[in-house]
Write a protein that binds this ligand. Structure first.
Ligand code: C2E
Ligand code: CA
Ligand code: CA
Length: 967
């Protein structure tokens, strides 16, 4: 029985037929490249089958050799044809190269074959043999010793199959159907190759069947192409709208039964006609293109998937009950749909079909694929929605865009510069429906350059060829590309939206406006985000100095405390408070004060380690945060750091044409030793600073637990000061002023507060509090009265005190209208000479209101009350105003005396003394503690001294005793 030979002829015929069909289809412009390769493959396969038939049925040796040559040539033709087709079929963009390699390979083998005696298949000759197949058919073939060339040919074929398998694997996700077809082919091809190897090595007595595997390929692919075409047709057919439908239904009602059935059949919308009881009467062609259901005529439709779960049976009942049309939008899974990989949105409309008496006779379910419209609506709704403008929003936008364009990849890229190079970073990257990790790339020679243009760009195919150096396009095999620029209202480029796919993309008309809306919205969100960042920065930054502010410090502290609690490190907070700042601010104005604060910040930043965190927490208070890896030598380092700070800030500061000198008090809090919450750090820092000031300025104080009690000291002070006046906690100490011979020529009255709980409180601490609360007036009046009374008493008791008691008058007191009258009145009342009292004022007091000051000083001089300028040299003492004021003395600040060993200070003091003398002022040096200081001062011409060297401030009784013995 003849079987195999006819089979070969048949296969050749099929291949030829399909090839011709492919050529015809290609003419219609459908996938021209793919069909071209397919036609070529069909042709090669047809020749292969045909020559196989000739070879196996050859009657003579010559015929057989001739046929074998053709047979081999056909095999060699099949190889590049397969490569070209499979490469195109699986979107391999290196296809041209593979084809070239395969073609060269085939050409070489072809030349070898035509030049070999019998065939390249054999070494030497071969003989014609006959073989009877199992069913009796006799075939002829040549037999000889297999050559290297034939082994190489087998190897090439295997290589081709492996490559095809690899390509199939590559498209497995993106194109499931092509994947399956290709795998089936690879399996068949592999089997036939193995089979023919077995034949070659005479393991099996059979004919080689490789040729037939090509037929399987050709048939499979023809099937695939047919399915593709059906999908395209279906899409074309489904573009009709509701109006048209309703019209056709009104027509249906008018037409007779047969015509009705015809219209239903041809409607482009999917239609299921049902009986009242829900059994299927008929479904039209379009319904097969949309639904993959298997409901049969006469069967109850809603018993089958997917109809059993769409809820349409309920809707049908409603239509039956009301006689009115009903709509429903439903999402239908891909497995219930024809040729779809994704679920679709279907608009289902149920129409009642009535008889002439308006009784519902039947129902029609008309369903239409509205996925596209739905996606657009959804994207628009999302764009319009309020959003938190967070990452999620951007991810959602990109995934919607990908859906909308049916694209595999979409992301938002943001431009920025790094090391002077333009780059972009993805903000939300979606690949194949899933969010991916963001990346950064360089803009130059990349598609991102398109994002800098004014309008959107579309590259429908071969994008990687346009930007060959772009890695992203290369890695992701990008063919089609849409880039929409993102910019601010003023036209600054923020970035772009990129939509890409491994297939060609087109900017379909109905979505073009959406791109525009989306880019607007995304740009607006990006700008809002930027603004938020700026606002946040403002909330965390001190506007004046640009340093972090209190809020930021608190956040940093909370992080630091956490680190410390995990035993990862130790930290120290240095609280800095400028000395004399208030004075400068009040006397020179806020601008000068601001300047001081800025300079202070800059100095600290410039001189200290970059690692340190510096914040300004308000007024003249700064905090420095330092981390320590271990506690070893920590105390020493802290002392070091603190003295650095003091040194840095006590350097003279230039303010316009003045030079001032400041000081700083430093309070140190160790974390976690001293405090483990931010609130504790801040509170204890405050009390440590307070202590530092209390102990004398320009110094550092480390927190100790005894300070715990004084946490609320300042509050306590404010409350306690009034009580102090009433319950006589305030007292007056006297410190003698002596002349060249060491004898007293007067004394300074200094107020003291002995707090019942807090103990001794320095006037340097509570006088500012008194000024702030207004109590300074009461304190001042009390001082004047007590002192005047004491002087009168000494007089009557014959203490023998001569000279003046000088009283410190704070700026507030001095500025009070009627102060002079009060002073003179007190003196008069006590009946003591006006010269027995004098006042010490600071520059702040003098400068506050220079014209009224002049009058006041004149009045005092006329009344015979001497005035000394206190703390001379610490502020911004300007000689210009000194001349105009009726002053009697200047008191050189004790800081200069303490620093006399420094040659610069020495010459400064020297010039102060000579200026004073030239202007006719007495010069008083205060804070004299040692003989060397005294000697130096004397040599410079100073005549009045005050200091511990002679006597400390003493309570009245002690002072009286001291006077008696030093008269
Ligand atoms: P001040 O007017 O410069 O007073 C001199 C300060 O130097 C006093 O401190 C005094 O005890 C201290 N002193 C005197 N000799 C030496 C010395 O040899 N070495 C050192 N290191 N210090 C010395 P005190 O009494 O603590 O007063 C501090 C400041 O408080 C005063 O500075 C003054 O500005 C203010 N003050 C004191 N009593 C009054 C007052 O009754 N009314 C007003 N408005 N302010 C006062
Ligand atoms: Ca004084
Ligand atoms: Ca002083």
């Amino acid at each position: 029985m003849q079987f195999l030979i006819p089979l070969f002829y048949l296969a050749a015929g099929i291949a030829l037929f399909l090839g011709i069909q492919a050529v015809l289809l290609a003419v219609y412009d459908y996938s021209r490249k793919l069909l071209g390769w397919f036609a070529f493959l069909c042709l090669a396969a047809a020749i292969y089958e045909y020559s196989s038939a000739l070879y196996y049925s050859a009657l003579s040796y010559e015929h057989s050799v001739q046929a074998l040559h053709w047979f081999t040539a056909a095999v060699l033709l099949c190889v590049p044809a397969s490569v070209g087709f499979i490469g195109t079929y699986t979107h391999d963009r290196h296809t041209p190269w593979w084809v070239l390699i395969a073609t060269i390979n085939s050409l070489v083998l072809l030349v070898i074959d035509w030049h070999s005696d019998v065939s390249m298949r054999f070494i030497g000759g071969a003989e014609l043999t006959h073989m009877q197949l199992r069913w009796g058919e006799v075939v002829t073939q040549l037999q000889g010793t297999p050559s290297f060339a034939i082994r190489y040919l087998h190897f090439s074929a295997l290589l081709l199959v492996i490559w095809a398998a690899f390509r199939a694997y590559f498209i497995r996700v993106r194109d499931r159907r092509r994947f399956v077809f290709l795998v089936v082919y690879v399996a068949i091809q592999l089997l036939t190759i193995l089979h023919s190897l077995a034949v070659e090595y005479e393991l099996v007595q059979s004919v080689k069947l490789v040729a037939l595997s090509f037929t399987s390929l050709v048939v499979l692919m023809a099937l695939n192409i047919a399915i593709d075409i059906r999908g395209v047709m279906a899409q074309l057919g489904l573009q009709s709208d509701q109006l048209q439908l309703e019209k056709s239904f009104s027509q249906i009602l008018k037409l007779g039964q047969e015509r009705l059935s015809q219209v239903v059949q041809q409607s482009p919308s999917s239609i299921h006609l049902l009986e009242r009881d829900g059994s299927l009467i008929q479904r039209n062609l379009a319904s097969h293109q949309l639904w993959s259901d298997f409901a049969r005529q006469g069967e109850y439709l809603f018993s089958r998937a997917p109809w059993d779960r769409l809820g349409l049976d309920l809707l049908c009942k409603q239509v039956l009950a009301t006689g009115k049309i009903r709509h429903q939008l439903i999402e239908v899974g891909a497995k219930y749909l024809t040729g779809s990989e994704r679920s679709k949105w279907i608009d289902a409309t149920i129409f009642p079909i009535t008889d002439e008496f308006d009784v519902v006779e039947a129902l029609a379910i008309v369903s239409e694929d509205v996925t596209r419209q739905h996606t657009i609506d959804h994207a628009l709704r999302m764009v319009a929605a309020e959003s938190a403008g967070d990452e999620e929003f951007f991810v959602e936008i990109t995934s919607q865009l990908a859906l909308l364009f049916n694209a595999g990849t979409a992301f938002i890229g943001l431009f920025h510069q790094e090391d002077g190079i333009d780059r972009y970073t993805s903000l939300a990257l979606t690949i194949n429906g899933l969010p991916e990790r963001n990346f950064t790339a360089v803009c130059s020679e990349s598609f991102a350059e398109l994002g800098k243009q004014e309008y959107s760009s579309v590259i429908s195919s071969s994008a990687y060829r346009r930007f060959p150096k772009d890695e992203f396009l290369g890695i992701h095999n990008i063919e089609g590309l849409i880039i929409a620029p993102l910019s601010t209202k003023s036209g600054d480029r923020l970035g772009f939206i990129a939509i890409m796919d491994t297939l060609a993309l087109e900017l379909i008309e109905d979505v073009a406006p959406i791109i525009e809306i989306v880019t607007h919205r995304v740009s607006a969100e990006l700008q809002r985000r930027d603004a938020e960042v700026r606002v946040r920065k403002m909330a965390y930054e001190d506007a004046l100095t640009g340093l972090p502010n209190r809020t930021m410090l608190q956040e940093r502290l909370s992080d630091t405390i956490q680190l410390c609690e995990q035993n990862l490190s130790n930290a120290v907070a240095y609280f800095l408070d400028l000395d004399h700042f208030k004075t400068i601010n009040e006397a020179l104005g806020h601008e000068a004060g601001d300047d001081v604060l800025k300079q202070t910040g800059n100095r600290l930043l410039a001189e200290l380690d970059d690692q340190l965190f510096l914040a300004r927490i308000g007024g003249d208070e700064f905090v420095l945060l330092e981390m320590f890896d271990s506690q070893e030598g920590m105390d020493q380092k802290i002392q070091h750091r603190a003295s650095d700070i003091i040194h840095i800030l006590s350097q003279p500061m230039v303010l316009g044409d003045r030079t001032i000198s400041l000081g700083v008090s430093v309070g140190v809090i160790k974390i976690p030793e001293h405090a483990t919450t931010e609130a504790d750090v801040m509170r204890r820092g405050d009390s440590t600073i307070f202590r530092a000031k209390n102990e004398g300025r320009n110094r550092c104080e480390i927190y100790d637990t005894s300070m715990q009690a004084s946490v609320n000291e300042r509050l306590e002070l404010e409350r306690g000061l009034k009580l102090a006046l009433e319950s006589q906690q305030l007292s007056i100490y006297y410190q003698p002023k002596v002349g060249l011979d060491g004898r007293p020529i007067g004394a300074e009255a200094l107020v003291r507060w002995e707090h019942p709980v807090l103990g001794f409180i320095s006037p340097a601490v509570f006088i500012p509090v008194a000024e702030k609360t207004g109590l300074i007036h009461l304190v001042g009046d009390w001082m004047l009265e007590s002192i005047a009374a004491s002087i009168a008493r000494w007089e009557s008791e014959g203490v023998g005190f001569t000279g003046d008691i000088s009283v410190n008058i704070s700026a507030w007191l001095f500025a009070r209208p009627g102060f002079i009258q009060k002073l003179l009145g007190t003196i008069a009342e006590a009946n003591i000479p006006t010269s027995s009292m004098s006042v010490e004022v600071t520059e702040t007091a003098v400068l506050r209101d220079i014209s009224s000051t002049k009058d006041k000083l004149k009045m005092l001089r006329e009344a015979g009350v001497a005035v000394a300028l206190d703390d001379f040299g610490t502020g911004y003492s300007s000689l210009a105003y000194l001349k105009d004021l009726s002053l009697d003395a200047i008191k050189i600040d004790q800081g200069f005396v303490a620093d006399l060993h420094d040659s610069q200070t020495e010459s400064l003091v020297n010039s102060m003394i000579s200026i004073g003398e030239n202007m006719g002022f007495d010069v008083i040096a205060e804070g004299v503690e040692r003989h060397d200081q005294l000697d130096k001062l004397k040599r410079m011409g100073c005549k009045v001294f005050q200091g511990y060297l002679f006597a400390r401030p003493m309570p009245e009784s002690e002072f009286v005793a001291w006077i008696r013995s030093n008269r």
